[in-house]
Design a protein around this ligand. Structure first.
Ligand code: FPP
Length: 254
């Protein structure tokens, strides 16, 4: 909180590359990190090289978000649909969380970052989930940026599971139908306890949601860029934040 206030006053000890970004900072930014494969292809590299560079961009943008005083950063790292990719590519993607944690955990802890994860844990191999769970435990008491990885995440599955959960409470007589409202539904989603994203960024020129946070993004500002995720820099991130700062959010009002 203090850090955020300092940030809003432009007095953070971490010097921003552009001080204007400290006005009206979004609390929660969600990113669809797209274009790893195309980034690699344009360089004559295998797709996995794109994912590896994408992991470096994760670090870069996490630090950039932290410097701005953003409270939540949710990153779409693997969707429920990504299992249909070639096995080699899926295997490579499944190793990235462990690599990332091994390389970055100390620095994340030093920066007071909390690691979290949302998605469907079943199907994720132990070498993917265990290091993440360990990092989640080790950073649980940190109070800075929440770095939330969406892994094996799909919004439709998330909503279906929430509905089944609610229906089973009703059928057991523990919940009345009249008690079902938006707040209750939100509390049964993987983002329970987190605010909805203020800003969604999607890289690589694609203009769709791809089954990402479809409940939570109802009133988010959307920002798209042609830049491929591995090439996405702190400056591009600031561009998105500036654009967000210029938007007027009306939530259906006037
Ligand atoms: C989409 O690009 C990207 C993914 C499916 C994977 C995203 C993963 C990372 C950026 C690294 C995650 C890092 C950690 C630490 C979990 P694409 O492969 O669909 O690109 P394309 O559309 O150009 O083919």
């Amino acid at each position: 909180m203090i850090k955020r206030l300092w940030a809003l006053l432009g007095k953070s000890s971490k010097k921003p590359s552009n001080p204007k970004v400290f006005e009206k900072v979004p609390e929660h930014v969600a990113i669809i990190m797209d274009g790893n494969g195309r980034w690699a292809k344009t360089r004559g590299l295998p797709r996995t090289a794109g994912h590896h560079s994408g992991m470096k961009a994760v670090k870069r943008i996490t630090m950039a978000a932290d410097k701005l005083g953003i409270k939540y950063l949710t990153l779409y790292a693997f969707s429920t649909e990504n299992w249909t990719r070639p096995k080699d590519e899926v295997d490579f993607l499944m190793k990235l969380p462990q690599q990332f944690i091994e390389i970055e955990l100390d620095e994340l802890i030093a920066n007071n970052v909390q690691v979290r994860m949302m998605g469907h844990k079943e199907k994720l191999p132990a070498h993917t989930i265990s290091p993440l769970e360990e990092a989640i435990v080790k950073t649980a008491n940190n109070t800075g940026l929440v770095l939330n990885f969406a892994l094996n995440y799909g919004s439709r599955k998330e909503m279906l599971e929430a509905v089944k959960d609610i229906a089973s409470d009703v059928s057991r007589g523990e919940l009345a139908i009249d008690e079902i409202d938006e707040k209750l539904m939100a509390s049964r989603l993987h983002t329970s306890g987190m605010p909805d994203p203020d800003l969604l960024i999607r890289t690589s020129g694609e203009l769709r949601l791809s089954n990402f946070m479809m409940w939570q993004l109802a009133y988010s500002e959307l920002w798209f860029t042609d830049v491929y995720w591995p090439a996405f820099t702190e400056e591009h991130f600031h561009e998105a934040i500036h654009e967000y700062q210029r938007r007027v959010r009306r939530y259906g009002g006037l």
